[in-house]
Ligand binder design. Structure first.
Ligand code: SF4
Ligand code: SF4
Length: 414
């Protein structure tokens, strides 16, 4: 029995084959192949609907899609490629048997990433791996790196010095300072919680300073973003139900990881019911509320990178830029590459290391050209991917930070 979504033929019918989406698509930009463009993939999804088998070729072109959704705002006909690719991936997961190596790698990824407890257990071995200099063995051009490129990419993406979650453990309730203007539940995420706990702590401090009471449920787990965006619908539904239960006592859930926020906003599609809370990205909420906390000057130059699942999936581009521009002394620079995906795209960079590295290198070049001291974005995956790309360059990297960390520095001096 099928477990997942199926693509809606009416959505395929909305495509008029004009090709306006092609220049926005990173994989079409890389390879120039029609079947690796949004229009080509919509044609393949149409074939899937018509009963074509989910064979290696069709699956390969759909797997090669980053899911960056740059094609969605680029489409003048309003084609919902986001819904089409999500449902097509669910069908492929149900009908296609992948090669053994692929199944093993995906099994490893989904045994680790959506499980913060297991990610935490990796901290010791990761530190030892770096201390023993084993990174050299996993370099892109090292023999082992060439032999197992996807495992090598997974190892390289791990943060240099993961922050200690215990130092930044959040209280179950962070009261608002001054007048309470809102009350929210905060999703702490999996990778965010274990590798960037400072971002969660900064989020709570900034929200509190802006008059927001923050509830952080202890018993929250993965929101299901990675599962949802790779077509693992049954797993995604399980995570979604558990998340809905964890946040049953709040009316608003705030996220600070673009992929998580976009997944929560898709719960209606996967569960067939509206979640009982509103989902907002932290930048979206702060922009809506308007500033009350005093901003101290920060004399830095910032390049802001649009995380695809914030800009394309949630349409949030202005809010983070405005929040940064409200900081006295801060200069904001645009990266100037049309907002092209950095190649992170959930677990795409592990599953497809070569195109991901090509896109990462292009992004690092564009960031370096801005001359900014700090690169700011709103997704842990982008931060890891861009950090990895800068390791391959001779030029010194900019400091990498989440939007709320910069706000926290200005508001709270942290
Ligand atoms: S998805 Fe939109 S932009 Fe792309 S070919 Fe179809 S109608 Fe044109
Ligand atoms: S989601 Fe991104 S990679 Fe996939 S077809 Fe659209 S633009 Fe191309």
């Amino acid at each position: 029995m099928s477990e997942g979504r199926r693509p809606d033929p009416r959505l395929v019918g909305d495509c008029v084959h004009c090709g306006f989406c092609l220049p926005a698509c990173p994989t079409y930009e890389l390879w120039g192949e029609e079947m690796d463009s949004p229009r080509g993939r919509i044609h393949l999804i149409d074939q899937l609907i018509e009963g074509a088998p989910a064979d290696d070729v069709l699956t390969g072109h759909l797997d090669a899609c980053l899911g960056c959704l740059a094609c969605v705002p680029a489409c003048p006909s309003g084609v919902r490629y986001d819904l089409l690719i999500g449902a097509a991936r669910a069908q492929v997961e149900d009908e296609h048997r992948r090669p053994l190596a692929d199944r093993l790698l995906r099994g490893l990824i989904f045994a680790l990433f959506p499980r913060p407890g297991r990610l935490r257990l990796l901290r010791g071995p990761l530190t030892a791996y770096r201390a023993m200099g084993l990174e050299r063995l996993m370099a892109r051009d090292a023999p082992l790196g060439r032999l197992v490129p996807r495992l090598a990419m997974l190892a390289r993406l791990a943060p240099e010095r993961p922050e200690r979650p215990t130092r930044e453990r959040l209280p179950a309730r962070t009261p608002a300072k001054g007048t309470t203007r809102a009350r929210v539940g905060m999703l702490t995420g999996c990778v965010q919680r274990e590798f960037f706990p400072g971002v969660n702590a900064a989020t709570a401090r900034v929200l509190a300073a802006e008059g927001v009471e923050v509830i952080t449920p202890r018993r929250q787990g993965c929101c299901g973003a990675l599962s949802l965006h790779t077509g693992r619908d049954r797993e995604a539904r399980r995570f979604a139900r558990r998340t809905m239960k964890a946040f049953k006592d709040v009316d608003v859930v705030v996220t600070n990881a673009a992929g998580c926020g976009s997944a929560l906003k898709e719960y209606r599609e996967i569960l067939g019911e509206e979640p009982p809370f509103r989902v907002v990205d932290v930048a979206e909420l702060l922009h809506e509320l308007g500033p009350v906390a005093e901003r101290r000057p920060l004399p830095i130059t910032v390049a802001y990178h649009d995380a695809c699942h914030l800009a394309n999936a949630q349409g949030i581009r202005t809010a983070p830029r405005r929040l940064l521009q409200q900081i006295p002394g801060l200069t904001l620079r645009e990266i100037g590459d049309g907002g092209m995906c950095c190649g992170s795209a959930g677990v795409y960079n592990v599953l497809h290391p070569d195109p991901a590295m090509e896109l990462g290198d292009r992004k690092a070049d564009a960031i370096a050209r801005t001359g900014a001291d700090v690169l700011v974005t709103a997704n842990p995956g982008c931060l890891l991917q861009i950090a990895d790309a800068f390791k391959r360059r001779d030029t010194p990297p900019p400091r990498l930070a989440h939007t709320v960390e910069i706000l926290d520095e200005s508001i709270n001096g942290r």
